[in-house]
Design a protein around this ligand. Sequence first.
Ligand SMILES: Cc1cc2nc3c(=O)[nH]c(=O)nc-3n(C[C@H](O)[C@H](O)[C@H](O)COP(=O)(O)O)c2cc1C
Length: 408
Amino acid sequence: MRIRRCTVAWLEPREVATFELDDLLAGGTGVVSRLCWFAHAPHLPAAAEIDAGHVPVLGALGAVDWIERDGLDARFGADAVDALLDAGLLLAQGDGDTADDGFRAIGWHPPAAVAHLAARWEAIDGPKGMAEADVDTSEGLLRNHGAPPPPAPPSAHPGIEVPLPRIGRNDFDALLDSRATCRNYPADAVLPVATFAQLMARVFGARGIGHSAPGFDVYKRTSPSGGALHPTDCFLIVQRVEGIAAGLYRYRVDGHALEPVVPGVAPPRPGDAGTRPLGETPSRAWRAEELRAFARIAVAGQDFFADAPVLCVLAPRFHRNFWKYRNHAKAYRVCVLDVGHLSQTLQLCATEAGLGPFVTGAINEVDIERAFGMTAYAQSPLAVCGFGQRAATLVTSEFDPNRRVWPR
Ligand SMILES: Cc1cc2nc3c(=O)[nH]c(=O)nc-3n(C[C@H](O)[C@H](O)[C@H](O)COP(=O)(O)O)c2cc1C
């Protein structure tokens, strides 16, 4: 049998703490640490723990050339080679199209792939975790972390600053100053379809098309994009838009339309931290409370965002960018920056429409991928934005020191 290593396998020595009753009964703390090795291989669903004795095997063969396994068996033992084959870190030639082939074809820069895949959350409740760590308030942050770095760094050369003129304000300043992250959405407000459609066209729609070369078209959007490639798709959790059935959708840039997405997970229950597999039951349209439960999972338990009538999942199709910037050290960063630009355009367009916008990076990527049917190394969410009518009363805090949004 001929084998090779998977495309990317980065090894992490990790200290794993577990609770051991025996240790507690013997007078210890009950918390026992164990040193172990994890292999980060982005074609696998999660980092895989491997035996310390198997680590050298991964360094003894490459990710390109296939070699006979006999030599490795003789050096490291057949059990070690079998264990790594079972874990998906070694691959046998002739196994057909594997996830590793799929990953290899995308063109990831290896450290970026490891960083993105390792930073994904599943079933995390952000506010709960922050409260437990006592870092959910300014006082708690100061208690635990001390004073923060200053909001502006002091001058390195006092007295030589070049003062700039202060230009009079106009309507654009008023628009910019009235943007504030919204954390107060009435759970029953329905968004007019015209407002929704206009926002989608302004933020995600194609404003033009360039035919760069035969077979290579690029869309013009209102936000810039690295290489003009616009890899970012907008997936939607539509909860309350007039005339549109509540559900999961993908915005079609070509055609300015919503494509319904059949959920790839079981209908979530209110209060669930994460999604559950679909199992044997066929997928069905979700009821309003199930969609709300999924919105809450998507934004990692941030209830104040989950009430927005529309949530936008910004998820690049990485190969669209990496096709040009292949194995490029900056390519993933450019995808992240693209999403930030789209989000800011959304923030301003929603504000102009009289709505409250938000963006969050505290998201359960794994649950979102499962629900929308994404393969993480090919397409994965980087942020969730949303918009909707602002509530009449402030319940959850918003940052509005100049009272542009919330009158005194
Ligand atoms: C990338 C990014 C991630 C954010 N994530 C969260 C979040 O998880 N939860 C939240 O309440 N606000 C989040 N925010 C909003 C910030 O808290 C907010 O921008 C900040 O408090 C300043 O308030 P302003 O947007 O009203 O100016 C995020 C903002 C950005 C740009």
